[in-house]
Design a protein. Structure first.
Length: 208
């Protein structure tokens, strides 16, 4: 039985990704796995500081390439400081967002281009890609209404509806491009059903 692996969760804002990934981690820990649960942008002090700069609603002047580079910079630090050492120690790493978020949000949402964003991220990740990515596929309307009802909206939540719809289109392209790695999960169901499918997929594709 395999105990280690690098698994990511992806999805547009409001897809329920954080709720689902937390529950999946809880279940895996109960099964006895040594899990490191982390998130991007963030996960460690330097990257959390970069996160605050990126998402601060007052940073309205931020250029889109600056934004893409900051996400890549925070990813680099997070990878070398937390993800790689955990994998080296044979732990199971579950990360809420990774490079696919940059491809969908900056590549397509911001219109920089998937290839361009992937290229700058290669410098950051040096070919370290997740073994499995679970994409939470939520109805666009559900996702948007969840963002609208958030009390605190960060700089990206505050973007208009068209941006969020472009991000969804971006994810569709990313899922198609990396179909061997990314598994789409229908996220328009009960939390329990989504968690169960996520766990089943993780076992089938990574652990068993
Ligand atoms: P979160 O709300 O899932 O914590 O993510 C913060 C925001 O950052 C969310 O709107 C998605 C966005 N994001 C990007 O635009 N590019 C990235 O590479 C990552 C990791 C997140």
């Amino acid at each position: 039985m395999k105990k280690t692996g690098f698994i990511t969760f992806e999805g547009p804002d409001g897809s329920g990704k954080t709720t689902i990934s937390r529950k999946v981690v809880e279940a895996l820990k109960n099964e006895g796995y040594d899990v490191v649960y982390t998130r991007e942008p963030g996960g460690i002090e330097i990257a959390e500081e970069i996160r605050n700069v990126i998402l601060d609603p007052k940073n309205t002047k931020m250029d889109i390439r600056t934004e893409a580079l900051l996400y890549a910079a925070s990813r680099r630090q997070h990878l070398v400081e937390k993800i790689l050492p955990a994998l080296e120690a044979q732990k199971l790493v579950i990360c809420d967002r990774f490079v696919d978020s940059s491809l969908a949000y900056q590549g397509v949402g911001r219109g920089i281009g998937i290839d361009e964003v992937f290229q700058i991220n290669q410098f950051a990740i040096d070919d370290h890609m997740p073994e499995l990515t679970l994409y939470l596929d939520v109805n666009a309307q559900t996702g948007l209404s969840r963002i609208t009802s958030r009390k605190f909206k960060d700089r990206l939540d505050q973007e208009d509806i068209s941006f969020h719809l472009e991000v969804v289109k971006g994810y569709e392209q990313v899922v198609e491009r990396f179909k061997d790695r990314i598994v789409k999960i229908d996220a328009n169901r009960s939390i329990a059903a989504i968690v169960q499918e996520a766990l089943k997929t993780i076992h089938e594709r990574v652990l068993d």
